[in-house]
Design a binder for this molecule. Sequence first.
Ligand code: GLN
Length: 291
Amino acid sequence: MAANTIWTIKKLINWTTQFFKKHGIESPRLDAELLLSHVLHKSRIYLYTDFDLIVNPSELAQYREYIKKRISGFSTAAIIGEKEFMGVTLKVNEHVLIPRPDTETWLEKVIQYHRNEPGLTVADLGTGSGAILLSFLYFCREDRGVGIDISEKALEVARENSKNLKLDDRIEWRQGDFLSALGKDELFDGILTNPPYIPSSDIKDLDSEVLHEPHLALDGGFDGLDFYRRLAKDSASFLKPGGFLAAEFGIHQAETVLELLKSSGHFVSFEVIKDYGGIDRALYCRKKLES
Ligand code: GLN
């Protein structure tokens, strides 16, 4: 980025797009736009309406820092502290997993299945930024939920997001370890979760962007399946008859997760949902009406 050039928005975006491409960044133009709009405190649309605007030196300096950080392995969401998920903007930081588009694919389905059943109460286990619970309640306006996370710092982010989205009056945030944070007599209409599912020994091989995310939100034990064993053993006792369980899992885990839940004997109507890449990504099932 030569110092003697007059940098307009257009030039900056084009230059950065090429630069990011060279560094193997997946969505170079989008990232360039998101970073620049953050520096300028403007929406992305504004970049296009003011393509020829000259960016001032202090903004340019900040943008340069962002670009360096991006190619050093931080995701754009981590840099700007924000991520779009299910059409809503969520605050994110180093204490939460950054919500993924892959989670949107199954969550959209689950919302479709249940949006015409007002009055449900759902639990989100390992809520992180609150992404899953917040989007569910954003679209299911008459429902309520409990969001659980072991990390108090993650819950701070979730709480802030729920206030920003004006959903806090329908949510109880609760600190605790997965299902053990639920009360003995609590019964939900649905349980949603994107638990940690990376096998412990694979954590070190993750992309640097993921490595900047909390390991607590990623590490699923030696084979990555610890949390599905817990779901198979205990989740049904917190569901009403016919209540649903929707759980995301990792690549190559579909068969084992399905088997675990099936062999528990508590569930029926199993459906495996694929992500944008056509990879099996989540399981949806219902608790038997009688058990
Ligand atoms: N989807 C994340 C990844 O592949 C993992 C999320 C999780 O463990 N729940 O890096």
